[in-house]
Design a protein around this ligand. Structure first.
Ligand code: 13P
Ligand code: 13P
Ligand code: MG
Ligand code: MG
Length: 342
């Protein structure tokens, strides 16, 4: 047993260049990222990893024992993004090589340097199912509405009514990304205050969610806004998040159901439009039509002694590939088409 028995799940992502405009990560980029993380697994820096992409965003999911905001883990992610940029994106002249790496040198924590980060240090429960989300062509505030529905809306999450462990509700930590301040709001008591803030998705972003009665960490989301770092538009802050599920937390189905409604999010072409968020399987995480519609993937794992357990090897459950989300995709296509005809 390690000195620190807690497990940290770190999801760190960046757009470091893509094929076909802002379309898709190149397979060679993922290959190289995997080999960087495999080296780190062998030398004991991390316990496990899964590399994937949502559109043009390269996503590094890692587990380790080092806690949140650990400089070694952030440096590993930074160096991986740098290496992929230098050895694959630049030689292949992929579009936007190194796009999200906003500074030259790493300085301790990738937050504020361009990449998006969602991290949670947890004590593993007997079974620890998580859903990892990543979206392309949108921004962190895109998760506000679904996170509200998952953890505060009893019409969406039946567990809030049925499961005594959830009866005291959940506390939302909301970040003001302009002023860099946070506020904790407990639902249902402070639900109206929460709603008053999170409708302004460009400014107030849900950063984490805790179970009110015992402070159990239930969800963590990225809050990076590239334009606020750089002072101009440089890319779309495509967000990611990690949500724990079941046994006193929303069931996986309750975590996924809000995405059956393709709500309007900021993003779409050139970061200057709004469009419906389309839930897709990994194979369809590739934006086309007006650089959209914005996409989101949802991947299921169990965390077991720091390992990522998936359906086979560590391949996750690719939830939104399911036919149950076909209708949401159709609605998203109809909405996109309607909006773009103007
Ligand atoms: P648990 O309370 O065991 O998480 O089960 C709830 C459930 O999955 C029902 O859909
Ligand atoms: P990304 O933020 O996904 O790189 O998209 C940039 C863009 O402007 C596409 O229209
Ligand atoms: Mg891009
Ligand atoms: Mg992107």
């Amino acid at each position: 047993m390690s000195a620190n028995p807690k497990t940290t799940v770190s999801l760190i992502k960046a757009d470091v260049g893509s094929v076909g405009g802002h379309h898709k990560v190149h397979p060679k980029q993922k290959e190289l990222a995997k080999s960087c993380l495999e080296k780190a697994r062998k030398d004991g820096t991390i316990l496990d990893y899964y590399v994937f992409n949502c559109g043009d965003d390269l996503e590094l999911l890692m587990t380790h024992r080092k806690g949140e905001n650990n400089s070694k883990i952030h440096e590993l992610a930074w160096n991986t993004f740098k290496e992929v940029t230098e050895k694959v994106s630049k030689p292949l002249r992929l579009y936007g090589a190194g796009q999200d790496l906003l500074v030259e040198a790493f300085s301790g924590n990738v937050k504020g340097m361009g990449p998006g980060v969602a991290e949670m240090e947890i004590e593993e429960r007997i079974a620890e199912p998580i859903v990892v989300f990543a979206a392309d062509k949108t921004e962190p505030g895109a998760f506000n509405l679904p996170l509200y529905r998952i953890f505060a809306d009893p019409m969406s999450c039946a567990g809030l009514v049925i499961d005594p462990a959830m009866r005291d509700g959940f506390t939302y930590r909301v970040m003001d990304v302009i002023e860099n301040k946070t506020v904790d709001l407990a639902c249902p008591t402070e639900m109206y205050d929460l709603i008053a803030l999170i409708g302004t998705t460009s400014r107030y972003v849900i950063e984490r969610i805790l179970r009110t009665k015992d402070g159990l960490l239930a969800a963590a989301a990225s809050t990076t806004r590239l334009s606020l770092i750089k002072g101009r538009y440089v890319g779309k802050d495509d967000p990611c998040m990690i949500v724990r599920c079941q046994h006193g937390l929303p069931a996986v189905g309750e975590v996924l159901v809000p995405f059956g409604f393709p709500h309007l999010v900021a993003g779409f072409a050139r970061g200057s439009h709004i469009g419906p968020l389309m839930p897709v399987g990994l194979d369809n995480a590739r934006c086309t039509y007006f650089d959209g519609p914005p996409r989101i993937v949802a991947l299921g794992f169990n965390i077991t002694d720091g390992r990522l357990v998936g359906e086979g090897g560590n391949e996750p459950s690719d939830f939104f590939a399911d036919v149950a989300f076909d209708r949401a995709r159709q609605v998203a296509n109809d909405i996109s088409d309607y909006m773009r005809r103007h």
